[in-house]
Design a protein around this ligand. Sequence first.
Ligand code: 13P
Length: 245
Amino acid sequence: MRRKLAAGNWKMNGTRAALAEVDTLGAPKGPSEVLICPPATLIAAAAGRVDGIAVGGQDCHAAEKGAHTGDVSASMLADAGATHVILGHSERRADHGETDAAVRAKTEAAWAAGLVAIVCVGETLAQREAGETLDVIGAQLDGSVPDGATAATTVIAYEPVWAIGTGKVPTNDQIAEVHDAMRERLKNRFGAESDGMRLLYGGSVKGSNAAEIFAVSNVDGALVGGASLKAADFGPIVEALDAAS
Ligand code: 13P
């Protein structure tokens, strides 16, 4: 019912030479949707480059245009060929002080520009150790996802902050606990529409652990950082997701 999604977040990595990795990845052969989110400088060159590989941004401003030096609007991303945008990534929440309200406003801007918003949530290690994980995730979902979210416009990514770039991955039970709770919370708010919303897991996903993660309840794909930079690493993750479809 939910089409699986393999999304690569290149973060602040890659110059034009890196686009060769998209070529090497090649047109998807399986049922999964494949998305690459390169730095903003590469979006126009990446978009439409390989049949079936969608391209997204990593952030957008909440306003459509104006005096915001250095920022990029959702409609600019769309104009460059992006179809998706990652919003509220923990690195942006930490580095740029993005609040749930800011993420919510950006998500509305993304929708207005016709982009699919991938809204990120995730607890810190201190919050997990304090037993606050489900409360933190619930509050982030409530605050960051606007009213009117639909399966077509909104994807949620659960990325525990302590699992990002660390090689540490939650246990299957820990992932299932959060993903099941997110599904329930979205159901309470959005009703039947929530059944179609994809829930991605992110944080140290690799070819070697992907199949196990994709077997977890309510995991509809992955948001991959480091292992999305090279086709040799990302390809096996896409294959594992295809096999889980
Ligand atoms: P890593 O896959 O490098 O841990 O990064 C995850 C992430 O932050 C994707 O958005």
